[in-house]
Design a protein around this ligand. Structure first.
Ligand code: PLP
Length: 448
């Protein structure tokens, strides 16, 4: 395809141009090294493959402005947290109104009644809890699943990511479940109670559930964390049938697939999870995770501590469901995540998908484009991956880095992990056209 030398040369040129274009970021980076580990307050901020981080001055709608005053069409959108645009007006307004009236109280805000009903109506599950992140929501859903089934093991799909949940940091290796490379400081064997099979592999799934020892399957409805892997026709129906047959709780993590539509893939595709988890964008970018569950799960949970409180269940964090998160979540659900917003996101995503396909055709590249609603993914494999193993094999980190750098230096921001492009209600056709033109130019340079 492209010569390694051409990729390396483009990368070197773009790295030097990045340094030249961002003197203010360079200065702030210099200043930050002493007191922040790795020069940043959060380690993922180093993962952009840049000589030093890009420092943000402001972000609004689908545009981000750096401290050097350069504007970017933002298709990363905070790696999904800002899926509905930066600072959606209704969320900003609700936050401003609440800010002077209490931030956290460890008591429910007056809007939680309406909020519970809004979550139930949107996702079709009757009972809810809030957390501070999707990671926390996944952790709690897994804990409840274990508690109500009195089983320890869980099952995830190869290539998954469900947040900072220790026992999901696994991969499928030649000898079965393996710890993910790079884990630090794990005090126990993360493979001890986790089984891994490939997505779309129903025979392996049936085998792994057969002994009746698996408390929960935790999965995304379409995998999104190594590129996109779509479910094959009938996969979800069989997954549901098998989990019911073996008494295993089905937890569907919609954190990224909220891009599929107003109720995620669950509502769009009529899925029937026992637990549904979401986070990141659900409160417009304010830290908030949610998980919902069926009446049956609720009865089983309540049977564990009849009539009592659960202060020592080991679940929950003090700031969960704080007053600010509650108003942000309600504003996002009722005024931001509207059918009209999703209509716009989907239309722009379709425009981008078709535009990418046209670029690939023009450049005679046998790559492929996948889409989950407003989330578009360019994959370097010759055919769409059908599982995490195939998706991993198609990754090309050097090429990815060269393309991302090229785009960033020309005002287009992609998420640093694989080639995800997210379309917000504020992303317009001009931004899509700029992305396509710049990607086409980068591919042209690599070919030359
Ligand atoms: C599918 C999925 N679930 C959960 C999470 C965790 O989200 P957070 O890091 O906000 O806790 C992520 C993060 O990328 C994710 O991709």
């Amino acid at each position: 395809m492209f010569a390694a030398q051409a990729i390396a040369a483009l990368t070197a040129r773009e790295l030097s141009s990045y340094q030249h274009l961002h003197p203010a970021s360079a200065q702030l980076a210099q200043r930050s090294t002493r007191h922040w580990q790795g020069g940043v307050p959060f380690q993922w901020m180093r993962d952009w493959g840049l000589p030093f981080p890009l420092f943000v001055r402001s972000a609004r709608g689908a545009t981000l402005i750096d401290v050097d005053g350069q504007a970017y069409d933002d298709f990363c959108l905070g790696d999904t947290g800002a899926m509905f645009g930066h600072s959606p007006e209704p969320v900003a307004r609700a936050l401003a109104a609440q800010a002077a009236g209490g931030l956290t109280a460890m008591l429910p805000g007056e809007r939680v009644g309406a909020l519970g009903a809004a979550l139930a109506a949107r996702f079709g599950l009757p009972c809810w809890q809030l957390t501070q992140s999707a990671s926390d929501a996944n952790r709690e859903a897994l804990r409840w699943a274990r508690a109500i089934t009195a089983r320890r093991d869980i099952l995830v799909f190869n290539g998954c990511y469900h947040g900072a949940v220790d026992e999901t940091h696994v991969r499928l290796g030649e000898r079965g479940t393996q710890p993910r490379a790079g884990l630090r400081g794990m005090p126990f064997d993360v493979t001890a109670h986790t089984r891994v099979v490939e997505f779309n592999d129903l025979a392996a799934l049936a085998g792994a559930l057969a002994d009746g020892e698996v408390a929960a399957v935790l999965c995304e409805p379409a995998m999104t964390n190594m590129g996109v892997v779509l479910p094959e026709p009938g996969f979800h129906a069989q997954l549901r049938r098998l989990t019911r047959q073996h008494g295993t709780v089905l937890i569907i993590d919609e954190t990224h697939t909220l891009s599929a539509g107003p109720g995620g893939c669950t509502r769009r595709d009529g899925l029937e999870p026992d637990f549904l988890v979401c986070g990141k964008a659900i409160a417009g970018g304010m830290p908030c995770g949610v998980y919902g569950f069926t009446d049956e799960a609720r009865s089983r949970i309540e049977a564990l501590a009849p009539g009592g409180t659960d202060a020592h269940s080991g679940l929950g964090t003090t700031l969960a469901a704080n007053l600010l998160a509650v108003v942000a979540l309600e504003a996002c659900l009722s005024e931001v995540m509207t059918d009209a917003a999703y209509g716009h996101m989907e239309a722009q995503a379709l425009r981008l998908e078709q535009g990418l396909q046209a670029v690939l055709e023009r450049r005679a590249l046998r790559w492929q484009v996948q889409r989950v609603g407003a989330r578009v993914e360019l994959g370097f494999g010759a055919r769409p991956p059908c599982n995490g193993g195939e998706a991993a094999a198609a990754l090309q980190p050097e090429l990815e880095r060269a393309l991302h750098l090229y785009l960033l230096n020309r005002g287009v921001l992609l998420t640093p992990f694989h080639n995800m492009m997210l379309l917000s209600p504020e992303t317009d056709a001009g931004a899509v056209a700029r992305l396509l033109a710049r990607l086409d130019a980068a591919l042209g340079e690599l070919a030359a």
